[in-house]
Each structure stands twice: as structure tokens, then as C-alpha cells.
Design a protein around this ligand. Structure first.
Ligand code: FAD
Ligand code: SF4
Length: 333
């Protein structure tokens, strides 16, 4: 591992100023915030990430889950994945988030990993972590080894000829179905970004994964309130039953009245360059009966435009079955 400067900060002002001059005169993009470290430290050990300064944010106060009367719930950036999954309010009102978190990683990792760190975890494409192979995401314009290589786990939606990596997070899929807003602070001011607009598709710049600018700090996420009677589910399909990333997953958040979907939000993981949502598939279901033939039609719509690579064509059928199964479960609940 390369030498780096370690700095622990205690205030938000220090966080937003940290990248301006973390330790003297370093260029802004040579610093990284350290939350749980389960992504960052791994990547530093592999020398995929080589920051000159590591800014430890663990002494900052964003560790609470607060109900905002009439406006949902706010989750601090540094709330641990395990604390979020096991929180009474989350289990009661946003159980899909709890299920998604508990389907991810291991108990030890969840005790360390944070909400903001999970949002910003990096792809599991093997070439991203292998310095001996070209990877446009790690080294812009170097090439994409996955196009002709091992791509079984990678994306079928939102890819480009520069990168076919998938977003690996479970939490992000549930957050997308819940229409979370990401609370961002910087020297320029505060802004809330809808999770649907937060992740960028790879296009010709796969190294740029989100709308975050250098020096932006995430303080938390806000989940809007859900209509009374909302049902939800997270279904994760993977090669083994635990401690494995999704091949396909589905988060459903729905209100059903008189056998019809009054409101439905659906997001899928494991298949997209970002957590994937299809507004047109949701529209096909809203207002109509919750029946399997309609679920199948919506699933076809959901994967419209999917592009298979040499090894991951099976994901198109898998994703459709995953969505139909999840919808059936929610409709039956
Ligand atoms: C073996 C293994 C298995 C795993 N399995 C799964 C799985 O099945 N499903 C799943 O979803 N995940 C899985 N993960 C990923 C895990 O969930 C993430 O590593 C974790 O959530 C990252 O959180 P962290 O707090 O440790 O992030 P860190 O490593 O501390 O940070 C990650 C990135 O976020 C940035 N960052 C952190 N906080 C902020 C902030 N407040 N503002 C701005 N930038 C910030 C950091 O600078 C860094 O670039 C697995 C990880 C491992 C190692
Ligand atoms: S798919 Fe993306 S992350 Fe994987 S090798 Fe290609 S450019 Fe790199």
C-alpha cells in the first residue's frame, strides 16, 4: 500500500473544507473520505485507489435515524448498515430497506459499513480490481477487459462500449424503490438529489459514477413517507444463499386496493449499470388488476433494451422471473 496522510475530522465545516487543502497543498482529487472503510481500504490495499490523504469522518455526528413528522425519515450518513436494518421504524415502515441490507455482505461487514459508504461502493467487476488488466473505469481510455472476458456478473441495462459494470449494492435498489433523496453539502451550499438522478450511466466516462463533485459531502438520506397500507418486498437471486452479490434482485413497494395496484414502485439490482427503475413498467401495472399475465408483460417492459454480453445473456430471463416472482409475493401478502 502507498503512504498516505491520515486526518480525523470533527466538524462538517472541516469535511467541506477537507478537499480544499486536506494536508497542505494536495490536489483536490487526491483525497478520500473514510467511513466504514470496507470498500475504500480494500481498494487501497489493491492499489486501485491511491489517495494521498484519507479524511476519517467517523467522529462526525451523522449517526441518527430521525422521523420527520409528515415528511418521512432521515437517515444519517454514518448510520451503520446493521443499525439501519435493525431499527424499529425502518423494520415497521420501510421493511424493504431492512430486507435489502440484511441480504447484503455479512454481519461483520454490516456492523462496519455505513449508509453513505454503501451508496458509493464500487463495482465488483474483476478487472476493476486487477491492475494488470485494462479497465476504463480505473484508468480512463485504457480499454474494457470485460467486453471479451469474464462478464457473467455484469450489467445488461445501461451499459456502453466503454464499460459494462453493474452497480453491486442491495441497499441502493431498495432506496431507489423508496425514492430516497440524498442530502449533499459542499462549500457551494446544500442540495438534495433524487436517487434516480444520483448515479450516472457509463457512456464514454465510466470513471464518473455519480453527480458528486470533488469536496461534496453526503450528510444523509431522506425517505419520503409511504401511503397507508403499503406492502413491500426485496428478493435477491445469487449463486449461493449468503455472502454473495446479486445476479438479479427486485425491490417492490406497492399499495393494492380491491385487487388492483393503486401505486407501485419497482427497482432492480444486479442487472443495471445503476440501480434500475422502469417508469413505463410501473405505469403498465398501476390502476390495473394484480395478475400474473400483467406481471409478465411489465417484466418484458422492464428489461426492454437489455444487451447481453458473451456470458450474461441468462440474466435477461432471470431478471424477468425475479420480477414476476417478487410481484406475485407482494400481491399475495
Ligand atoms: C466481502 C464483501 C462482500 C460484500 N457483499 C455485499 C453484498 O452482498 N451486497 C452489498 O450491497 N454490498 C456488499 N458489500 C459492499 C459493502 O456493502 C460496502 O463495502 C459498504 O457498504 C461500504 O460502506 P463503508 O462505510 O465501509 O464505505 P467506505 O469504504 O468507507 O467508503 C466508500 C466510498 O464512499 C466514500 N464516502 C463514504 N462516506 C461518504 C460521505 N459521507 N460523503 C462522501 N463520500 C463518502 C468514500 O470516500 C469511499 O470512496 C460487500 C463488501 C465486501 C468487502
Ligand atoms: S466493465 Fe467497466 S469496470 Fe469492468 S473492465 Fe470494463 S471498464 Fe472496467
Amino acid at each position: 500500500m502507498h503512504n498516505f496522510i491520515y486526518k480525523r475530522i470533527n466538524t462538517l465545516d472541516q469535511a467541506t473544507s477537507a478537499f480544499a487543502s486536506p494536508a497542505g497543498s494536495l490536489a483536490a482529487d487526491q483525497s478520500r473520505f473514510l467511513a466504514g472503510g470496507t470498500t475504500l481500504i480494500d481498494l487501497m490495499k489493491l492499489e486501485v485507489e491511491r489517495p494521498k490523504a484519507v479524511i476519517d469522518i467517523n467522529a462526525l455526528p451523522y449517526k441518527e435515524i430521525k422521523k420527520i413528522e409528515g415528511a418521512g425519515v432521515n437517515i444519517g450518513a454514518l448510520v451503520k448498515n446493521s443499525a439501519l436494518a435493525n431499527h424499529e421504524l425502518i423494520q415497521k415502515e420501510y421493511s424493504v430497506l431492512s430486507e435489502a441490507l440484511l441480504a447484503g455482505a455479512s454481519a461483520q461487514l454490516r456492523n462496519k459499513a455505513t449508509t453513505s459508504g454503501n451508496l458509493l461502493q464500487r463495482t465488483r467487476c474483476v478487472y476493476f480490481r486487477d491492475l494488470s488488466k485494462p479497465c476504463n473505469k480505473r484508468e480512463p481510455k485504457s480499454g474494457c477487459s470485460a467486453l471479451e472476458g469474464f462478464n457473467r456478473n455484469l450489467a445488461i441495462l445501461g451499459t456502453s462500449s466503454s464499460c459494462i459494470a453493474s452497480n453491486p449494492s442491495d441497499m441502493n435498489v431498495a432506496m431507489t424503490a423508496l425514492e430516497a433523496k440524498i442530502n449533499i453539502v459542499s462549500k457551494k451550499g446544500n442540495r438534495d438529489v433524487d436517487i434516480a438522478d444520483f448515479y450516472l450511466l457509463p457512456g464514454s466516462t465510466p470513471e464518473k459514477e455519480t453527480v458528486l463533485e470533488t469536496g461534496d459531502f453526503i450528510t444523509g438520506l431522506t425517505l419520503p413517507p409511504l401511503p397507508a397500507g403499503t406492502r413491500s418486498l426485496y428478493l435477491k437471486l445469487r449463486d449461493r444463499a449468503s455472502y454473495e452479490f446479486a445476479l438479479s434482485s427486485a425491490a417492490i413497494v406497492a399499495t393494492i386496493k380491491g385487487g388492483k395496484f393503486e401505486r407501485i414502485r419497482m427497482a432492480m439490482g444486479g442487472i443495471g449499470a445503476k440501480p434500475w427503475r422502469s417508469l413505463s413498467a410501473e405505469k403498465m401495472l398501476e390502476g390495473g388488476p394484480a395478475s400474473e399475465d400483467r406481471f409478465r408483460a411489465a417484466a418484458e417492459e422492464f428489461v426492454k433494451g437489455a444487451k447481453a454480453q458473451s456470458q450474461n445473456g441468462f440474466k435477461i430471463e432471470l431478471a424477468k422471473r425475479c420480477l414476476v416472482h417478487a410481484l406475485n409475493q407482494v400481491a399475495k401478502a
